[in-house]
Structures are given as structure tokens and as C-alpha cells.
Design a protein around this ligand. Structure first.
Ligand code: GRF
Length: 207
């Protein structure tokens, strides 16, 4: 059984989509071992509690946005909950920190992220606004393995969302979020069923 650690900061709707998928037996080969927040008041911690999953805060107050010193504290907690580099999967779900290079190396191709754009377009903050301002006709979201460059890394799944003339950042964000909630649990399921193989930049999905 793959042990899953979910890192969160704020709202936790993707966390809920994944925990619900596990509860509904859509994900059966992985179990949520720990939900870890860098912010003490994250709503996501309440979601962990609702699903009976251990939740905790490793407060990042005083640490820079990207810090190996901070990440070592996170890794110690992950390991003590069984989320190891051999048997673990780490899910970044609205985690507002940059994972350090050493963390990426230690859990190579075992850290997933969701980004609200069709990468490699519009990495970084406010991706939905960037897409609208650029005038794209198709927006969407991406689940990918994390690598040392932010919002990069081998792409696992993507979903597209048509942009309407009257879309606002809010309306587009909510349409994209619905797709995130669909493809993130699917990516976790594929990983836990050992159906993902990384070949260079490509992720090959076994049928
Ligand atoms: C999502 O839009 C995700 O793409 C981005 O941060 C947001 C997190 O939302 N990385 P939630 O905390 O999962 O509700």
C-alpha cells in the first residue's frame, strides 16, 4: 500500500477530492497517511479531520519560501508517518511553498503537483488571470511530477476548459478547479496502481 502525504496551505478542495476518492474506493492501492500544513489555520486541516486522516502543522513562520532547513522538518514528519522515498507519494495540493532541490531529489518522481493552467503555458501565480489576459481560447489544468523548476516536470494528466467571452478570473478558476478535482485523484490512482512510467520528460501511462 502506497503511503500518501498531502501538503497543503489554505483551502484544501483538491485534498478533499483525493480523500473522497479514497473513501469511495476509487483509489484502493494508496492511503492518506498524513496531511501537513505550513499554516496553522489552514481550512484543509478541518477537511483532514472530517475524513479521519491525521493532520498537523509544521509552521513555516520565519522560514524563507524555499528552505531545505524547513523541508527537513517536513520530511521527518512524512517519514514518521510511513511516507518514505521507497513507498511514499507526496501530493502538493494548494501548497504555497517552493519545495527545495534536496527534497525533490530525495523523493524523485514521487512528488505531484496540480497547476491551474495547461503547462508549460502560464506557470507561476495567478495562472488563470495570465491565461485570460493572454486571450487564450482554451485553458485548463495540469497534474505533473515536481522538479526543481517550479510548475515544470513530467506531465501526467491535463484537462482542457473552453474560455468564453464573458469569463472572469473567478468563473474560469471555478471551471478549472472542477477539472482539477477530476484529474488529480485519477493521477493518484494511476501512480498507486504503478501505471506511470517516466521516460525523460514523458510520462507513459499503462492501460
Ligand atoms: C488550485 O487552484 C491549484 O491548482 C493551485 O492552488 C489551488 C489550490 O486549491 N495549485 P485547493 O487548496 O486545493 O482548494
Amino acid at each position: 500500500m502506497i503511503q500518501i502525504g498531502i501538503l497543503v496551505s489554505v483551502r484544501g478542495s483538491n485534498l478533499e477530492a483525493i480523500l473522497s476518492a479514497a473513501q469511495n474506493k476509487f483509489i484502493t492501492k494508496g492511503e492518506a497517511a498524513i496531511v501537513l500544513s505550513n499554516k496553522p489555520k489552514a481550512l484543509a486541516l478541518g477537511i483532514a479531520e472530517k475524513y479521519g486522516v491525521a493532520g498537523m502543522t509544521v509552521d513555516d513562520h520565519g522560514f524563507s519560501k524555499k528552505s531545505w532547513e524547513y523541508d527537513q522538518k517536513v520530511i521527518a514528519e512524512l517519514k514518521s508517518h510511513g511516507v518514505t522515498p521507497n513507498n511514499g507519494l507526496i501530493i502538493l495540493a494548494g501548497y504555497m511553498r517552493i519545495v527545495s532541490d534536496q527534497f525533490i531529489d530525495e523523493y524523485h518522481n514521487r512528488i505531484m503537483n496540480v497547476h491551474p493552467a495547461l503547462l508549460p503555458s502560464f506557470p507561476g501565480l495567478e495562472a488563470q488571470r495570465q491565461a485570460l489576459e493572454h486571450g487564450v481560447k482554451i485553458a485548463g489544468c495540469t497534474v505533473h511530477f515536481a522538479e526543481k523548476t517550479v510548475d515544470a516536470g513530467p506531465i501526467i494528466l491535463q484537462a482542457q476548459v473552453p474560455v468564453r467571452e464573458d469569463d472572469t478570473v473567478e468563473s474560469l478558476s471555478s471551471k478549472i478547479l472542477r477539472e482539477e478535482h477530476r484529474i488529480y485523484p485519477e493521477a493518484v490512482r494511476l501512480f498507486t496502481e504503478e501505471k506511470l512510467r517516466v521516460e525523460g520528460r514523458r510520462v507513459v501511462i499503462a492501460s
